[in-house]
Design a protein around this ligand. Structure first.
Ligand SMILES: O=C[C@H](O)[C@H](O)[C@H](O)COP(=O)(O)O
Length: 224
């Protein structure tokens, strides 16, 4: 079994009947959805789910998981998702996919936010491997790119085979790099208050537990 599958199953085992569970997006979240659906089907686990993306919503529906719409959510018991990078203080980088707005909304609304990774996602600081995704209103992308430049960064408009990549919330994505990088805390605050920004991929002080799989074992890291 792959490390991703192992960590997904371990997280699914920790879900209890009666919970409202947020479903993340991505290959690891997919494996968690499958493991959760198996428990629902085979063990009668009684849960309600809410999805962070249309893709996860379709998958949950196909597997028979009871769902509510994100519009109905005020608080949820646990949000479970993958990440692209995890720093030692459990700051995350997310958003290689394109569903940041709902992902962060659910992560913030959750009592607990469990992050599922294999050891390859652990980094010394976020931004070490991947650029920081900043989701922008389409009309604002050049202006935001200018503001990123004023912070000493560079921003590249994300493209895909169809041309410009458009997120599930209708935004465009600037993949940003900072040579003289401010701390994640400072960058989080600066990007969050920047006009034209819908959301960004720094998840600071949101994760409560990171489950890390390596060599067939899972260990847990908890926020302090
Ligand atoms: O927007 C995408 C999400 O942030 C994913 O959770 C992240 O990219 C990790 O994806 P994966 O589990 O496929 O590595």
């Amino acid at each position: 079994m792959s490390d991703k599958n192992l960590v997904a199953r371990q997280a699914a085992r920790q879900i209890e009947s009666g919970m409202l569970v947020g479903l993340g997006t991505g290959s690891t979240a997919d494996l968690f959805i499958e493991a959760l659906a198996r428990r629902h089907r085979e063990e009668g686990l009684q849960i309600t789910t809410v999805s962070s993306s249309p893709v996860s919503a379709v998958k949950a529906e196909q597997l028979g998981l009871p769902q509510i719409a994100v519009e109905q959510v005020v608080r949820l018991d646990v949000y479970v998702d993958g990440a692209d990078e995890v720093a030692p203080d459990l700051t995350l980088l997310k958003g290689r996919g394109q569903d940041l707005v709902r992902e962060k909304l659910l992560a913030r609304a959750a009592e607990r936010f469990w992050v599922l990774i294999d050891a390859s996602k652990e980094v010394g600081r976020i931004g070490a491997r991947f650029p920081i995704p900043v989701e922008v209103w389409p009309f604002a992308w050049r202006a935001v790119r200018g503001l990123i430049g004023e912070l000493g960064g560079t921003a590249e408009l994300r493209l895909n085979q169809a041309g410009v990549a458009v997120t599930s919330a209708g935004g465009m994505v600037l993949d940003c790099r900072f040579s003289d990088e401010p701390t994640p805390e400072v960058l989080d605050a600066l990007l969050s208050e920047m006009p034209g920004v819908m959301e960004h991929g720094i998840f600071h002080q949101l994760a409560t537990t990171v489950l890390v799989a390596a060599d067939g074992q899972v260990c847990e890291r908890h926020a302090t």
